[in-house]
Design a protein around this ligand. Structure first.
Ligand SMILES: [Zn+2]
Ligand SMILES: [Zn+2]
Length: 379
C-alpha cells in the first residue's frame, strides 16, 4: 500500500515537472536491475551439485531445499556447485553457486514496443507501474498523456508511428543515468543482438542449498531470485525515473526486458517459466528466491488462500513452504524474504542495486536513485 501511495505522489510531482527540467540523474532507466553474484573464492573443484534431499522439519517454513534438477535444460550455463557460505543471519551452511544463462530457454523475448498507435496488443508487450499492468497496444501510447495526466507525453508522430529505440546507440543512451533528452517520448526496447557480443549476459548467484529462516522477514534487496528457465528475477523497476524521463521501458508479455548491463531480466510474474503441475488450489512454480525458497506464480485476483503470510508465502503438503509472486502490476515480484540470504552475496555485489541505482554494480538505495523530491525508497 505504501508503495502505491508513494507512486501516486511521484506521479503528482511528475505532472508539475516541465519536460526539460527532468533531473537527468534521475533516470537510469533499464540499467542495473541486479547483481552479478559474489566474487568470493570459488573452488572450481567444488563438488558437483545434485538435487538436495535435505529436509528441515518442525518448521512452518519447512522446505526440501533447492532442487537444481528443476532448472530447464540450458537455463544454467554450468553445473551448479556447492560451497560453504555464511548467511545474512550468521548461519554457516552450504550454498549453491548457480549461473543462469540470461536468456529464457522456453520462450523468445519480446515483442516489447508496438510500431503504431493502430497496433493491437499482440504487437507489444506490457507496462507495469506499481499500480496497474497495461497491454502495450497502440491505444496505450495514444492515451499516455491522459493516463499519466501530463501533456508532456507524446510518443508518436503525425502518422501515428510510435517512437521506439531503433539502434543499439539509442538503446544505450536511453538506459544510462543521464538519459539523452532526444530519447524522451520513446518506447525503450533492447534486444539480444545489442548486448555486448550479442550474447546473453549470465548472472551468478549464491543460494542456500536448504533455506534457513531469518529472525524477521526482509524486503528483498537487489535481485529477488532466478527463474527455472534461466533469467534473473530483478528488483523493482525504477518506474518513477522511467516515467519522469517520459519513456516507457517496455516489458514483454513474460514481464521481462533488456538492459545493456544485465541483459534480459524479469520484473513481473505473468505465468511464464513455470514447471510442473500446480497442486489443487495452488499455482505452478517458476523460480527460486535468493533465500532458497521456491517461487510460484501469482494467484488470480480473489483466489488467494487465506494462509498467505506477509511475504505471500505458505506451506502446502506437496510443495512445502513457498512464495507466491505478487501480481505483475505491483512491480515487485517477491514481496519479502523469510529466509536468510548469502551474506557474501549481499556484501559483495549480490545485494546490489536494482534498476536505476547508478552504475551496474554501484552502491545504491534499494529502489535506485529516485527523482529529486520523490518519495524515499520504498519500505
Ligand atoms: Zn529492468
Ligand atoms: Zn502456494
Amino acid at each position: 500500500m505504501t508503495r502505491h501511495l508513494q507512486l501516486r505522489s511521484a506521479a503528482r510531482s511528475l505532472r508539475r515537472t516541465p519536460l526539460l527540467a527532468v533531473p537527468l540523474t534521475a533516470a537510469l532507466l533499464l540499467s542495473s536491475c541486479g547483481t552479478s553474484g559474489s566474487d568470493d573464492g570459488t573452488d572450481p573443484s567444488s563438488e558437483s551439485a545434485s538435487s538436495s534431499t535435505d529436509t528441515s522439519a518442525d518448521s512452518d517454513t519447512a522446505s526440501t531445499g533447492v532442487d537444481t534438477a528443476l532448472f530447464l535444460d540450458g537455463a544454467l550455463t554450468e553445473e551448479p556447485t556447492v560451497e560453504d557460505c555464511t548467511l545474512s543471519g550468521g548461519t554457516e551452511t552450504t550454498c549453491y553457486r548457480i549461473t543462469v544463462s540470461g536468456y529464457p530457454v522456453d520462450h523468445e523475448t519480446g515483442p516489447f514496443c508496438p510500431d503504431s498507435i493502430t497496433d493491437s496488443a499482440e504487437e507489444g508487450g506490457i507496462w507495469l507501474d506499481g499500480e496497474n499492468v497495461y497491454d502495450l497496444d497502440g491505444a496505450f501510447f495514444e492515451n499516455l498523456a491522459e493516463t499519466y495526466d501530463d501533456d508532456g507525453w507524446l510518443m508518436y508522430d503525425e502518422n501515428g508511428d510510435i517512437y521506439v529505440t531503433e539502434t543499439q546507440e539509442e538503446f544505450e543512451a536511453a538506459a544510462r543515468p543521464d538519459v539523452d533528452p532526444d530519447l524522451a517520448n520513446h518506447c525503450v526496447e533492447g534486444s539480444l543482438e545489442w548486448l555486448e557480443n550479442g550474447e546473453p549476459i549470465t548472472t551468478e548467484v549464491l543460494i542456500p542449498t536448504t533455506p534457513v529462516a531469518a529472525e524477521s522477514a526482509q524486503t528483498s534487496q537487489g535481485n529477488n531470485g532466478i527463474t527455472l528457465d534461466g533469467v534473473v528475477i530483478a528488483a523493482s523497476a525504477p518506474v518513477e525515473a522511467i516515467l519522469s524521463a517520459y519513456t516507457i521501458a517496455a516489458f514483454d508479455d513474460c514481464g521481462g526486458h533488456y538492459n545493456p548491463f544485465e541483459g534480459y531480466h524479469m520484473h513481473g510474474a505473468t505465468g511464464c517459466s513455470e514447471v510442473g503441475e500446480a497442486e489443487d488450489g495452488d499455482t505452478a512454480m517458476f523460480g527460486y528466491a535468493m533465500d532458497g525458497y521456491a517461487v510460484h506464480s501469482p494467484f488470480e485476483e480473489g483466489e488467494e488462500p487465506d494462509d498467505l503470510d506477509e511475504c505471500n508465502g505458505h506451506t502446502t503438503e506437496t510443495a512445502g513452504y513457498h512464495y507466491h509472486a505478487n501480481p505483475a502490476a505491483e512491480n515487485q515480484v517477491i514481496e519479502c524474504l523469510v529466509g536468510q540470504t548469502s551474506a557474501s552475496a549481499e556484501g559483495g555485489d549480490g545485494g546490489g542495486p536494482p534498476d536505476g541505482g547508478g552504475p551496474p554494480d554501484g552502491a545504491a538505495p534499494p529502489n535506485g536513485a529516485p527523482p529529486a523530491g520523490a518519495a524515499p525508497p520504498e519500505q
